[in-house]
Write a protein that binds this ligand. Sequence first.
Ligand code: TYM
Length: 338
Amino acid sequence: MSGYQGPMRVLSGIQPSGGMHLGNYLGAIRKFVDLQHQYDCHFCVVDMHAITVWQDPAKLREQTFHIAASYLAAGVDPKLAAIFHQSAVHAHAELAWIFNCVARLGWVERMTQFKDKAGKDKERASVGLYTYPVLQAADILVYKATHVPVGEDQKQHLELSRDIAGKFNHDYKVESFFPLPEPLIKGPGARIMSLRDGSAKMSKSDPSENACVFLSDDADVIAKKIKKAKTDPESLPSEEAGLEGRAEAANLVGIYAALSGKTNADVLTEFGGQGFGVFKPALADLVVEKIAPIGSELRRLEGDPQYLQQVLTDGAERAAAVADPIVKEVKEIVGFLV
Ligand code: TYM
């Protein structure tokens, strides 16, 4: 970590731009629950990132509560970790501006997520969508976070955060002021694919309801979605090599492995030679067992917006107590009068 001497700290965020799904759970939130026992953790609902594409204001408020409730329902404990919404901690926006002046245009231009999200007509994309990864670097470094649990799709954004931290340290001759944050990506569940298309990531913005298992889905809906998941006519292989070129089968085996704590190889030892007529019901039972209780708790919490608001307000206060002094120091380093 380039000689950085500060405390180990964790930061991660999720956009309130749609329902929380199995990919978010396995790629991110499940890791949050484990990490909160080892590190000083900050988990935010990144509402400022969400508005880089159009969000209906009433829906945005609702989704912000939904993401906060999902953190809690999945087991993030607000006594251990700060849970807050990004826009409530002003330091994120302040540091983002300074980082906009540190990051190079060429670096941001390489970001594949911008290209994917902006589509063909990038002239019409918001400027915010373009500088999105710079704000993400600010989210992380405003806490001097050393570890960032995310799914695989965030790898490139994390590399940019490291580049920005390194350039700031170098340009202002403050070696090791910012840590070079380590992504925590590895492990089963880092890349969960759509249930309808094994080549597309499971995503909040997928137009097909059946592409995602949402944390809010009840047992019946979960079982139906797994039953309808796209597969091929072959039975499951006994070895992992046999999954090559079978993206949908590989995805379902990966979900089973991630939720059961087994490896893909173990799952194939158990189910190799069986058809999807046997494997899908076993997978549906497992997803229901692990996800449906989170869904019930999520619905209970969403019925108590006052409690959710209190958690977010307390979390923002705790987060600001860490971030504000760091931003003050950054301003001094840059040469602003403070
Ligand atoms: P977002 O809101 O798209 O996703 C939230 C988290 O879920 C992970 N994820 C997945 N993991 C496995 N399989 C999938 N199909 C899948 N889909 C999503 C993401 O990798 C992420 O960890 N830019 C971020 C939000 C962000 C952030 C940050 C993250 C803003 N500031 C600072 C970490 C640190 C995003 O759009 O995540």
